[in-house]
Design a protein around this ligand. Structure first.
Ligand code: FAD
Length: 117
């Protein structure tokens, strides 16, 4: 049956926003448990994402490019790269990953922004 492209795009934007903000708040020096949590999160996300076609594609991407969880920077850069792979498939412009920090402010106020070195 026909999907609803507007709703699908809105779900995508909301999801990417959450995912990017999450990696940019991931610990700078994660414990093994935190690393496992992020890795599991992405794999479970790729199984449960409500758009079936998107979920299947994302699972393939995770196989090809396993989540990088060694540091905050590694995780954020990995997700930016993977999102760019999706952009490419959907013929959307490539995002410059140097702009990550300026784009995603979680508004949480409990930790200085840009502590990403
Ligand atoms: P989006 O791609 O939603 O991006 C939102 C904003 O994030 C952009 O405006 C930009 O500011 C920023 N951004 C863009 N690229 C990056 C990047 N690389 N890193 C950081 N920030 C960035 N839709 C389909 O039709 N088919 C699919 O198979 C499909 N698969 C998807 C898989 C996943 C896991 C997700 C989360 C979404 C998927 N979508 C899919 C939805 C699609 O990716 C878009 O979210 C949707 O089309 C809306 O696009 P948009 O142009 O508003 O920008």
């Amino acid at each position: 049956k026909l999907g609803n492209a507007t709703a699908k795009a809105e779900l995508g934007r909301a999801s990417w926003k959450l995912l990017h903000t999450m990696t940019l708040r991931f610990p700078e020096e994660p414990t093994q448990d935190e690393r496992d949590a992020l890795n599991n999160y992405f794999h479970l996300f790729s199984r449960l994402y409500p758009c079936g076609e998107c979920a299947a594609e994302f699972q393939q991407l995770l196989k090809k490019y396993p989540p990088q969880t060694s540091t905050r920077r590694a995780a954020a850069t990995w997700l930016c790269f993977v999102h760019n792979q999706v952009n490419e498939r959907l013929k959307k412009p490539e995002f410059d990953c140097a702009n990550l920090d300026a784009t995603y402010d979680c508004g949480c106020g409990d930790e200085p922004l840009n502590s990403t070195t």
